[in-house]
Structure formats: C-alpha cells, structure tokens
Design a protein around this ligand. Sequence first.
Ligand code: ADP
Ligand code: MG
Length: 682
Amino acid sequence: MARLTDPITILKGIGPTTAKRFAALNIYTLGDLICHFPRGYEDRTKLLPIETMEVDVPACFKAMVMNTPRTAHIRKGLDLTRVQVADHTARLTLTFFNNKFAAEQLQYGREYIFYGTLTGDFVGYNMTNPVFEALDSQPVTTRRVLPIYPLTAGLSNAAMLKAVRQALSICDTPAEIIPESVRREFGILDAQRAYYAIHEPANMAEAELAKKRLIFEEFFVFSAGLSLMRASRAEKKTTPYKNLNLSSFVDALPFSLTGAQNRAIHEIVSDFASGAPMNRLVQGDVGSGKTMVAAAAAYLAIQNGHQAALMAPTEILAEQHHHSLSKLLTPLGIRTALLTGSMTPKQKGAVRTALENGEIDLAIGTHALLSDATQFADLGLVIADEQHRFGVAQRAKLSAKGSDPHLLVMSATPIPRTLALLMYGDLEVSIIDELPPGRKAVDSFLVNESYRARINAFIRKQVQEGHQCFVVCPAVEENEDLGIKAATVWAETLQKTVFPDLRILLIHGQMKGAEKEATMAAFARGEADVLVATTVIEVGVDVPNATLMVIEDADRFGLSQLHQLRGRVGRGGHQSYCILTSHNRNPETLARLKALCKTTDGFKIAEEDLKMRGPGDFFGARQSGLPTFRVANLSMDLQTLKDAQAASARWIDTEGTADTPEAIALRQRIGTLFQRAEGTMN
Ligand code: ADP
Ligand code: MG
C-alpha cells in the first residue's frame, strides 16, 4: 500500500515532465491528487435513443457501425474519417478528424457506446469527434458520471482521471476525522466512501452526498481549529492595566473622537482592565477613523509600561501609519520606529536592537515584524491593521512573540456574517458605524467609453481647482487579455497625449517597495496631479486632497474592492467623485456596478460581492490567510457551516484532547491547515 505523502511519480505514466504539470496545480503527492476534487460532473449514465437526442446537448448512446470507416486524406495534416452508425431509431454520420484510433477500432457490424454532441439541422445531422468505448470495456468515458477536473496546460481530464483512479487503488483515503456520532447526526458519509465517491460517484446523487461530506469536513476542521485557539487563550491571564487615563491623548488630537470611536475605545479599555488577553476585532468602513482607536490602545499599553506593535499589510500603509502616529505620539513622549522588509539590513538591525532593549515603545511595520529576528523587550499589545490580509496563523505567531499580549485587529472590509464567523470565530467584535463629521458621500457614476472626453475634462477641472486624482487600472502591463487598461501603458498615454502639462505618476505592485513608497509619498505631498495605479492603493492610504477616483474597466474588480478603492477619496472636506468605466455589456454586471454607485453601505456591498464571487475572490487574488476551501462555497453553504461549527464546538468540549484515532487525525489536520493558511501569505 502506498501512502498519501508518496510522490505522484510512483504512479504509472507519471514521469518528471508530467509531474511538473501536476505541480502547476499544486499536486505533488498522492494525497494532493486525492484531494484534487472535480469542479463538476457530466452525467453520462443514461443512454438515449438517437432519435431523441437534442442538437448541441452532449449525450451517450448505443449504436452499431453500419459500414467500414472511410478515411480521406484532405491535405497535409488533415485526415477525415467518416462512418455511419445506427440504432433502432435513426442513422447518424460520425466524422473524426485525424483520428487513426477511430479509423482502426470501429468495426463494421459491431456495437459501441458513444458520447458526443449532435449538430445539424433539418437537412441532416452529424456528429464530430465523439468518444466511444466497446460494450465489453470498463466504462471510463461513457456509461458513468464523469468528473470534470480543474486542469492546466498539457494535462487532460482523462489523464487526471487515470491518475486519480490509480492513486485511489493503491493508497488509503485521508483518515476519518469526524466522529461517528456527528456523522450520524448530520447524515454524512464516512471519509473513505466520500473521498472515493467524489471521484467515482455511482450516480449524481452520490456525488452530491460526497460533496456534502467534504464541505462539512472543511468547515469542521477549520472551526475546530479556531475553537482550540480560543480555548487555549481563554485560559491565559495577564496583569490588568492600572493606568487607563486617556486625557493627555485626547487633548493631543486635532479633532474630537466620534461616538463610535469612543465606544470602541471604551470596549478596549475594559479588555485591558479584565486580566485576560484581549482578542478584539474593530470593524469599520473606510474612513471611519480606526487608526485613532488603534493609537489610543497603543497609548494605553505604553502608559502601562509595555511595548506595542502595529502591523500593516503593505509598506506604503506602514509608512503612512508611522508618519501620522509619530506626529501624534512623539510629543506625548512615545518612541516610535518603522520596520519594513525593504529597509537595509543595517537599518533593520538597529531597530531590532532597540526593540529588544526596550528603547522603542511602538513598532510599526509590515510582516517584517513577524520574522523570528524581531524580538521585543516586553510586547504587551499587537495591532493588525486591515487584518483580512493576515490569517489566523499570523495572529497566533505574532501573539507568541510576547507573553500573551493583547490582540487588536482592524478591518475596513465589512465582512459578511458567514465569513466573519469563520475568520473571526475566535474574536470579540467592536463596530465603528459612524463617519467623522463633515464627510460628504462620494458621488459615483458608471459610464462607458463614449464619456472619455468628459472624463478627461473632469480630471482637468479637479486639478485646476487644486485637487488630485487617482486613476486605477486592472492590469500592470498589457497582456493577452486585450482591451483592458494597463497602468503602465495608460499612464504613458495620459502623459503624452492627453495631459502633457500635468504631473502624472505611476504606481503598481511590480515596483520595488522603496520605489512605491517614494511615489506614494510624493503624491501625498502633492507633487503630482494624477496617480495612475493598480489596486496597490486599495488599502489605507490617506491623501485628503484627492477628490477624484477613476476606475477603468471597473467590471474587472470585485464590488468590495471597488468600495475600498472609492474610500481613497472623500477623506478631506471637499466633495469627491468616483467614476467607474466599463465596456462590459452584460446587464447583470452593469446592474451590480450601478448598485454600487447608489449605495455606500459596505455591508450590503460585501454580501452582494460574496454571493457573486465566492470567498476566494472576495479579498482579491490573495487568499487573505483564509485557507482555501476546495469544495465549500461560503455564500451557499451557511447551514452546513453552522452545523459544522456546532459539532466542532461540542467536539472540543468532549473529545478535543482525547486519543481516539479521529481526534488525533483531526488535530493533525488542523495543524496542517493553519500552516498552509500561513503559507499563502505573501
Ligand atoms: P480608516 O478607518 O479607514 O483607517 P483613518 O483612521 O485613516 O480611517 O481615518 C480617516 C481620516 O479621518 C484621517 O484623515 C483621520 O485623521 C480622520 N479622522 C479620524 N477620526 C476623526 C474624527 N473623530 N474627526 C475628524 N477626523 C477624523
Ligand atoms: Mg485604516
């Protein structure tokens, strides 16, 4: 018997070249292969009489070959084989292109099972390149439910099928992790049957059952992991903070806090006083002022003699936080420092030494803060900004750096309830549901290419009034996806032919960190009129003087992403605008974009987005530290998620530390899953 961890090269027919193709799908081991689930199925179980087959609907049928196949050599590289087949209802001509196999195999007077698509009209019907099998052969491509796999170049569905079938025949399926009682309660298949049936279902109903089990399993593992984390933290104790006076901090602010900011800060204060480590998520729409809430928390931790760390998802954002927070906090006697990946080793070394010696109170940085090289003298508070870019595993890792520090995560992405349950099942939540006073809603419009001249004129008008504009494109460079705007090309076009007299800057994800930062900083200082960008500007960056956001090919973005991008303007006191362009004609797509123009409710937008795109895309291309769910669809499987959560919570109470084979296997799976979630971080 082979093991799940054995490389796929032990399978017949998979050498180094083929293995590389599988690697493109992240399939290296037999286990990976067995967990490479079909994305759908074709029901080829039913045999139809030829007469009842419909044009353009693929179907299976049994028919006899009525003549000897004739092959004509049309021209170099094109051979055409024709053969007549019939059942008791009708006759049909089959045509094969360059198919020696068909020409040789199909024999006059014998019956075969075919699967193909009928084409034609009242003049006559035809079928091109059907697949076929002899009646006495093992059903591979006909007379079965055929799984359709996610594929990659050079790898056919048939090859995948063969590999999976072989793997299943020489290797045990992944271990059972769901206790029998739970399986019985929710009517789900056992592991072995499910893993087998997802690839080789006897019928469509069995495929559904297998899928249900595997969805349940994914949720079960994930929520059990979260429950374990929460349970282990609940046991921890910290010294309650004594000094909870914020008056010097509040006096130093250039504005008064909103009611919602005050409420969130109040909740944090009670966490600090409680004697247990805080685990809190602050959720508030773009521009709601989360940074000040974080600053207040950091201020208190530092007043109580501890260090604080603020982690941002991008260098630009870390830099900006460092800039604004040091301006606010340095006069209050707080020593801040920036730590990002693009600093020189010497600079980083200096900051790290100072952190270790307790000479810095507040460290602000990117995930460089996570690296093992960074040690703190006494880390009391960890803040993760725009936290959806950091997974559960990162939270765990950073908290491990102090002795159970308080944890505060901040997210601007209004997370639909399903996702929130999954991602933040281990956190308390504060919501900032109020914007600072004087904010005007961003006026949003959807237009097509015929408005180009007007868009350009509008950009010019904003600039003439002393404001700045963002122009966001979906791609960095031109690629085969023709017709969508690429930032590099568009920036050049705007500069050369449209606005030769304006100062245009370009920023995108392929630029070096330092270069991006310099560009962003220059724009923030007002040294350019227009910033042509990709979604690198999506999170956090604050340029209050920017009043116009043009998003090209807006249909290429998720709604939440568009909402997030739109949040980059309207941050000063001036009326701001967002123009979405699209040449998409799909009525549904346009309706969604129009809906976005009409609402500013981030939660509504997020729910809609999740329905449309699923969780993988919800946060953009990067998986956001959420594990990849292979079968589950978070917008559709809410009930299963709830069931799995209830079941896993009970499991933690009763069996979490037990030594049953299921419990051991489950703990192992949780470990791998959270590690993998960490691996997806950039
Ligand atoms: P986000 O919640 O998106 O992180 P920020 O913290 O960046 O929002 O705040 C957005 C802008 O609002 C900043 O320029 C900030 O200085 C300003 N701001 C924050 N709180 C207030 C307030 N209570 N009154 C006025 N302006 C505020
Ligand atoms: Mg922010």
